[in-house]
Design a protein. Structure first.
Length: 156
């Protein structure tokens, strides 16, 4: 899954609006707009799944509880029939991760009160440098940190 706290602030909302044309063949996106073949999608981000008033959802959609979180939308938009087998939505999906991120950023903006953008995920701590191998007895370490160099015996 994308790090929504990182990708949403930089997503191309205008490109997402362009991508939403595919959605608008079956969904209305306007506030108070009608249900079409699919439910109205105004304010869909973080809305409870299968909850838009007046739409007859499939039993598969009604059987999957929860909200349309960023992750859930991301999976569903990629392949609706794979994510929720038995859904009425026959759309093949958007394979491009970038297109899905942009679309979700647009859908997020298409609300009276857009869903919060989560904080970016913490960066993975960098691994500390491995300690240098100990030099064998009777050897010195090269001044440039290379391999141990043997020490010649002292002449008397």
């Amino acid at each position: 899954m994308p790090d929504w706290g990182t990708v949403l602030p930089t997503a191309d909302v205008a490109a997402g609006k362009t991508a939403s044309v595919k959605c608008e063949q079956c969904h209305d996106l306007s506030k108070g707009g009608p249900n079409k073949i699919g439910p109205n999608l105004f304010g869909v981000v973080d809305r409870a799944r299968a909850s838009h008033e007046g739409f007859a959802y499939s039993s598969a959609m009604k059987g999957k509880p929860g909200n349309w979180t960023y992750d859930e939308l991301f999976k569903f938009i990629k392949a609706p029939g794979v994510d929720i087998p038995g859904t009425k939505m026959s759309f093949a999906g958007l394979r491009s991760e970038k297109d899905r991120i942009n679309l979700i950023a647009y859908l997020r903006s298409n609300a009276d009160a857009p869903a919060a953008i989560p904080a970016p995920a913490p960066k993975a701590a960098e691994k500390p440098a491995e300690p240098a191998a100990a030099a064998p007895a009777g050897a010195t370490v090269s001044p440039k940190g290379g391999a141990p160099m043997p020490v010649a015996p002292k002449a008397n």
